[in-house]
Ligand binder design. Structure first.
Ligand code: HEC
Length: 296
């Protein structure tokens, strides 16, 4: 949210720019190979932006593969960033797989960022398994985070895309595992944990015995409780399929980076990357009980 708000003024700056839609841009939009050739022969710049996009972006966006080939043969930059994104972003979609492959073969960077997410995230978002495969085969990082912290696997699981999720899992996804923290709990700062909880977790979680669920389940007595068992909560498959009670180490893992350690989780927040903060927080969670579990 914070990031997209930042982008609005940028976009507004772009939109009023007078469109210099030269002949080559119209020709690219229409996939008119002869007109593109004529424009280039007459001296048009192959990478000229019409204020929002290059001819290659427009040709790809409109699905004109011959026009895209011609522009690339005539030296168009396959990685040119335009106000609308890179040509790769315009090639996203099941019906455009040939264009996507053309760009990747022509040197398009599979890890290029779109406005807020890498191309692989966009492909997952669209549920385009072929696009995902093409990007990964060309070297896209399956562990890349979007600006909001989402991983491709998390998005695939949230979207119920089993095939995409299985493909990513078998192509290098690494689920982060934090170092054990149990032995550090005895010296933790519970008060700092409480403050952190109130600020970061409180908006989504109740911590009083009588409080109900909010967006997330009530966390009274969460340590030692069976996972995903609060009544009236609709849990994700990711949590429902995680066996056992909440141990300190399982909390450590969930809280490190929920969307990466527990892909598909409904708790979409960046996580608590700082170990000391995480330890303080887990020590505080332990106190949310009539009879706190013993410290290790
Ligand atoms: C944006 C809302 C949100 C925030 C912020 C949030 N959570 Fe959650 N939390 C959820 C949701 C939703 C679930 C259910 C997840 C699922 O089913 O995948 C959940 C689940 C949990 C669970 C599992 C409980 C159970 O019943 O099995 C724990 C533990 C937890 N959160 C702890 C925390 C802590 C600690 C913080 C602060 C660092 C936090 N959460 C921040 C929304 C949030």
């Amino acid at each position: 949210m914070r990031v997209s708000l930042l982008f609005i003024p940028l976009l507004l700056l772009h939109i009023p720019i007078v469109s210099h839609a030269a002949a080559i841009h119209d020709a690219a939009m229409e996939g008119d190979v002869a007109a593109i050739t004529a424009a280039l022969d007459a001296g048009a710049d192959v990478d000229e932006s019409d204020g929002s996009a290059t001819p290659l972006y427009l040709a790809v966006f409109m699905g004109h593969i011959q026009a895209a080939k011609l522009l690339m043969e005539r030296g168009a930059d396959v990685n040119a960033q335009t106000a609308l994104g890179s040509p790769l972003m315009a090639a996203m979609g099941i019906d455009k797989i040939d264009l996507l492959n053309l760009l990747l073969d022509g040197g398009a960077d599979p890890n290029a960022d779109g406005s807020s997410q890498p191309a692989l995230h966009a492909a997952v978002n669209l549920g385009c398994l072929d696009c995902v495969k093409a990007l990964v085969e060309a070297g896209a990082d399956v562990n890349a985070r979007a600006e909001d912290g989402k991983t491709p696997l998390h998005m695939a699981k949230r979207g119920g895309q089993r095939e995409v999720a299985d493909y990513l899992m078998s192509h290098g996804v690494v689920l982060p595992t934090p170092a054990p923290i149990s032995m550090k709990l005895a010296s933790a700062n519970v008060e700092k944990g409480r403050t952190y909880f109130t600020r970061v977790c409180g908006p989504c979680h109740n911590a009083e015995p009588t409080g109900g669920n909010k967006i997330g389940p009530n966390l009274w007595s969460v340590v030692g409780r069976d996972k995903a068992t609060m009544a009236d909560m609709r849990y994700s498959d990711a949590l429902l399929s995680w066996e056992g009670v909440w141990t300190y180490e399982d909390l450590n893992k969930l809280l490190l980076e929920p969307m990466a350690t527990t892909p598909g989780v409904y708790m979409e927040m960046p996580g608590v990357s700082d170990e000391t903060e995480r330890v303080d927080l887990i020590a505080y969670l332990r106190t949310l009980s009539d009879k706190p579990n013993p410290l290790p």
